[in-house]
Design a protein around this ligand. Structure first.
Ligand SMILES: [Zn+2]
Length: 296
């Protein structure tokens, strides 16, 4: 009996079945989900940013920095989404952590013109909410696959198969999204949202975004801006405006009262939620269903 057990352990070592999983820390709930899909049981992802929290307001704690210095790969969005990223990178430099930043895999979208003039927020000239384009998520899936292979070459076949399976699911999601949105004529494709997070979605599906705040949740709208927005909502005959899962919808309520538009439901703007919106695909489906239901 003992002999058989020893042989099993030996086989385990040879095939890598007892290999330690690749340790990953994620600064994005969306990247956490992609990493879990691509990595499977060969990757262990620690969520630094949790679903339902506001990533715009996050600052790494000493405990987080300690966690991050104990992993092999850190996942981040880049594009200015993590203003602390350079500082974090230099503080964990010695531990030999690799930073995998979605910025280098996605097709960036320039911010709306008015945001360029607003230097009060921490973002750069590109919209950092890259995951609202399914095509970007496909690119990042391949980026994570390659990053995992680089750290764990024995897992190549595993990572390749997982990435392929996730890509296939994203293709189905993309097709489903187009089909759902087909019921909305061009004139109804206007998104009034709390902050300017859905630019990539708007680009892909021909929507116009009218945000109350700027590109970050910390941008505060001036009363002049809110007045202009109310005029636009009336002029376009917008039926519904949207709150966000981690926003204070107070200003939106004021706008609905003055314009007669409805609150169209809650959109996941800055990452994943819990329950049905706890995966990337679930989150996108929730947003599309909410948008179509309110604007139809
Ligand atoms: Zn945001």
């Amino acid at each position: 009996m003992l002999q058989i057990f020893s042989i099993l352990i030996f086989i385990g070592f040879v095939t890598g079945a007892f290999a330690e999983p690749v340790k990953v820390a994620s600064l994005s709930t969306v990247l956490t989900d992609i990493a879990r899909n691509v990595g499977g049981d060969r990757v262990e992802v620690r969520e630094i940013i949790k679903p339902g929290s506001d990533p715009h307001l996050y600052e790494p704690t000493p405990g987080d920095i300690k966690k991050i210095s104990n992993v092999q790969i850190v996942l981040a969005s880049g594009l200015g989404f993590e203003p602390y990223l350079d500082k974090l990178r230099s503080s964990v430099q010695k531990s030999g952590v690799t930073f995998v930043v979605a910025e280098s895999a996605v097709k960036p979208l320039a911010c709306a013109e008015e945001d360029h003039h607003d230097h009060s927020h921490s973002h750069g000239a590109s919209d950092p909410h890259w995951w609202h384009s399914i095509a970007n998520v496909e690119s990042v899936t391949l980026q994570l696959r390659d990053a995992f292979i680089a750290v764990d070459p024995d897992g190549r076949a595993h990572f390749e198969a997982n990435a392929k399976a996730f890509e296939a699911k994203l293709k189905v999601l993309a097709k489903w999204t187009r089909l759902q949105l087909a019921v909305l004529p061009k004139r109804k494709r206007i998104l009034v949202t709390s902050h300017d997070a859905l630019g990539y979605f708007a680009r892909d599906y021909g929507f116009q975004v009218l945000p109350v705040q700027g590109i970050s949740t910390s941008d505060q709208p001036s009363s002049q801006k809110v007045r202009n927005l109310i005029q636009e909502i009336k002029a376009f005959g917008v039926k519904a405006i949207f709150a966000e899962n981690i926003e204070n919808p107070k200003v939106l309520q004021q706008i609905t009262i003055e314009t007669g538009a409805n609150l169209g439901g809650t959109l996941y703007a800055d990452g994943l939620g819990v329950g049905e919106a706890g995966t990337y695909i679930g989150m996108m489906k929730s947003n599309v269903t909410t948008i179509v239901g309110a604007l139809q």
